[in-house]
Design a protein around this ligand. Structure first.
Ligand code: AMP
Length: 176
């Protein structure tokens, strides 16, 4: 049943070659989000490994991570904290720079987004090189949160992003 549902979920991920840049095979999750049954099931699968565990907050990464994290937090009855791109958060922030292929980027969190010792799960849509998640992990650690796990809908295993986020309990629902 789970295997069948996972392959149905995977069939709703649309691949867009050479977008937003040549050489990137973009995984578009919007067809999955539009399907009421599979969207629901996907969130259930994402949070299932944490059933019975204490989690205080789900942390979502800008921007598609917000969608998955918000639905997960609602379903799991936890708080939600957000990691945003530079300049978007209005109150006092902590920030982390990370490298992209040809440039660098900055991610920020409000400094009161996580209380010291809170147990958190960090969620994003895609694990590619792992740079984005590494920056999010560093922000949560700076705020003294305890990371229970990091959760992806999609893992691009050929990019070996796990190497960048060693030491964490990493889970992904779909692998390519
Ligand atoms: P990375 O830091 O290389 O692991 O990239 C992960 C971030 O970039 C995630 O927030 C994704 O939303 C986005 N991303 C990277 N590669 C892809 C891809 N092939 N399709 C969709 N999103 C991607």
């Amino acid at each position: 049943m789970r295997t069948k549902l996972l392959s149905e979920i995977k069939s709703k991920i649309r691949e867009i070659p050479d977008w937003p840049h040549k050489g990137v095979n973009f995984k578009d999750i919007t067809p999955l989000l539009q399907d009421k049954n599979l969207f629901h099931k996907m969130i259930d699968f994402l949070i299932a490994p944490y059933s019975g565990k204490k989690v205080d907050k789900i942390v979502g990464i800008d921007a598609r991570g917000f969608i998955l994290a918000a639905a997960s937090a609602y379903k799991f009855k936890t708080g939600l904290a957000i990691v945003r791109k530079k300049g978007k958060l209005p109150a006092k922030t902590v920030s982390r720079e990370y490298s992209l292929e040809y440039a660098s980027n900055v991610l920020e969190m409000h400094e009161d987004a996580i209380l010291p010792g809170e147990k958190v799960v960090i969620v994003d849509d895609v694990l590619a090189t792992g740079g984005t998640m590494k920056a999010a992990i560093d922000l949560v650690k700076q705020l003294k949160g305890k990371i229970v796990g990091v959760n992806f809908l999609i893992e691009l295993t050929y990019l070996k992003g796990r190497k960048n986020i060693k030491g964490q309990k990493i889970r992904s629902l779909l692998q390519y």
